[in-house]
Design a binder for this molecule. Structure first.
Ligand code: FES
Length: 125
């Protein structure tokens, strides 16, 4: 049995300051998103299986606040604290992405998944 978390949710908290034209998740709701996520996971007794972590820039600044759920590699953009209940109900407990907030592979990298140069990581037996 694995001792690792079943899900890791990375939330960008990067803060470029108030006047930076590029914007940043830390200024558009990322901090509140992580606080609500941690509180809800705690209330639901999920904090030992789902870990919510604040990060620096995840490279999707114009789409912030940004969160990434691993290991399924689902990315969310424009996700706010008010979306946390739906994220937990639909994604974490329901096993389906929240489609209205999901960022597609082409949005993330500008290239399709089929054109990615690196193979997917596969753990050996
Ligand atoms: S500041 Fe959040 S993705 Fe760049």
């Amino acid at each position: 049995m694995s001792a690792s978390y079943q899900r890791m949710i990375f939330v960008c908290l990067n803060d470029r300051g108030e006047d930076n034209p590029k914007g940043s998740c830390g200024r558009s709701g990322g901090v509140e998103l992580l606080e609500r996520l941690r509180a809800d996971l705690h209330e639901r007794g999920l904090k030992r299986v789902v870990r919510a972590v604040g990060t620096r820039c995840l490279g999707q600044c114009s789409r912030g606040p940004v969160a990434c759920v691993q290991p399924e590699d689902v990315w969310y953009g424009g996700i706010q604290a008010d979306d946390v209940e739906e994220l937990i109900e639909t994604h974490v407990l329901g096993g389906r992405p929240v489609g209205r907030l999901e960022l597609g592979q082409r949005q993330l990298t500008g290239i399709s998944e089929e054109d990615h140069p690196l193979p997917r990581f596969e753990r050996g037996e």
